[in-house]
Design a binder for this molecule. Structure first.
Ligand SMILES: Cc1ncc(COP(=O)(O)O)c(C=O)c1O
Ligand SMILES: [Zn+2]
Length: 423
């Protein structure tokens, strides 16, 4: 049973019940603010640590719901699950050799039901939708979150409407997943204000549940449901458990928003519970050089983050920082480094991981490996332990790797094989 107590604003400390809230009215000054997304679910840590032992957690069902007390779904009958989480922590011996670092692991989220870490978010949000007796779940996205929300809505028997914002990139595999799961898809047209108002009315009057309340892209800091972050912190829980209830020395996360901050929060919750001792990991966020608001704010020693329209990049799913103030906190508290990488570095890292370890991830996911390449042998000592999060399978966005590929022709003769030095 969940031991969630309520929701608390990380900035002003105001508390709210476990209802369908998106932002703290005291702190978020407008619809589009870097002070949005400050709400977090709180738990009764005393009761959890008295009631549960880490060894007991290990015996439980093999999904992220083994951490049910630390998730916000009050009645377990409402849980909508497809076995998300419980992803492999894979040791990468060839990368260890390549980067000259003794222990490199990847947390491979591509084995989630739709191939992405977003399934952890959707499982929690759709379970809450069921708990609130809602009929319709919606998202403004053309990305992985859309596939996950559509998938879990289908499992729960809820209606799902995906509004696709105007974007140059519409990766077809994600759209195909949404269609297959029976979601209704619309390209939404209108001014930003009209679209935001639409979302508000659908939420307030028609009781639709949203992943993010507002129509723009998430780089604009629109208010997100605090529940979607609860699922992602279980990545950190699982990493610690898979390492024998220990922390890695370093963690590299794609982007500087959700999974980055949520993992930091997860690691800290384990310390509060007394389940893991020792130094918390240094958390490194990896942004693109085309969209690096957290990197810039950190380097300029600022306490606020200026959200700007990102440039074009193959890592566009991480062109945002959903919780910029919290990301800066995580970097400073953990002693981590904000990093930014070029598309070229990302595509090299994607190829390296596939060629050396047999793991094909999408470019946004490969940023964690590109980030490690920047710190290996320098800030990351050769005897330390590193975990890189890989958020999604490469099959979700294959276009960049196919862009320059041309299938060569070959005559069916041994001579042509010899000419190509294949034997
Ligand atoms: C492949 C991939 N990686 C990372 C992210 C960033 O996710 P988060 O906001 O959870 O950090 C996304 C977001 O859509 C994504 O699709
Ligand atoms: Zn507040």
């Amino acid at each position: 049973m969940s031991l969630a107590l309520g929701i608390r604003c990380k900035i002003c400390g105001e508390t709210y019940p476990l209802s369908d809230v998106y932002s703290c009215p005291r702190c978020s000054t407008d619809e589009c603010s870097s002070r949005n997304n400050t709400l977090e679910v709180t738990y009764d840590y005393g009761k959890i640590s008295r009631k549960i032992r880490p060894s007991g957690i290990e015996q439980r069902t093999n999904s992220m719901w083994r951490f049910v007390e630390l998730l916000p779904v009050c009645d377990t009958h409402n849980i909508v699950t497809l076995g998300e989480g419980a992803t492999w922590l894979k040791r990468c011996r060839k990368l260890e050799k390549h980067f000259r670092v003794k222990h490199i692991f990847v947390k491979d989220e591509s084995t989630n039901p739709t191939g992405c870490h977003k399934d952890r978010e959707a499982s929690v949000l759709i379970s809450k939708a069921r708990e609130w007796r809602r009929r319709t779940v919606s998202a403004f996205t053309c990305g992985n979150l859309g596939s996950s929300v559509a998938c879990y809505s289908a499992k729960a028997g809820l209606d799902c409407v995906i509004f696709i914002p105007y974007l140059n990139i519409h990766p077809l595999p994600r759209i195909a997943q949404m269609i297959a799961f029976g979601a209704r898809l619309y390209q939404v047209v209108g001014t930003e204000k009209e679209i935001d108002t639409l979302a508000r009315v659908l939420h307030d009057k028609h009781r639709w549940v949203f992943t993010m309340l507002g129509g723009g892209s998430k780089w604009e800091g629109k208010p997100q449901s605090p529940y979607i972050h609860e699922g992602k912190k279980t990545i950190a829980f699982e990493v610690a458990m898979q390492m024998g209830w220990k922390y890695p020395d370093h963690m590299f996360s794609p982007g500087s928003g959700g999974n980055f901050y949520d993992c930091w929060r997860g690691f800290k919750q384990l310390k509060d519970l007394g389940w893991v001792k020792g130094r918390l990991p240094r958390m490194h966020s990896v942004e693109s050089t085309e969209a690096n608001p957290t990197y810039r704010a950190f380097m300029q020693k600022k306490d606020s983050v200026i959200l700007e329209r990102p440039g074009e990049t193959v890592t566009y799913p991480i062109s945002s920082t959903v919780s910029p103030l919290k990301s800066l906190m995580a970097l400073r508290e953990s002693g981590g480094s904000p990093l930014c990488v070029t598309d070229k570095e990302v595509l090299q890292a994607q190829k390296l991981l596939a060629a050396k370890e047999g793991i094909f991830v999408e470019p946004a996911s490969a940023t964690s490996i590109a980030g490690l390449a920047k710190l290996a042998g320098d800030y990351v000592d050769k005897d330390e332990t590193v975990v890189c999060t890989l958020t999604a399978t490469g099959l979700k966005f294959p276009e960049p790797i196919l862009a320059h590929f041309k299938l060569p022709r070959l005559r069916a003769s041994i001579r042509s094989i010899e000419n190509l030095h294949l034997i």
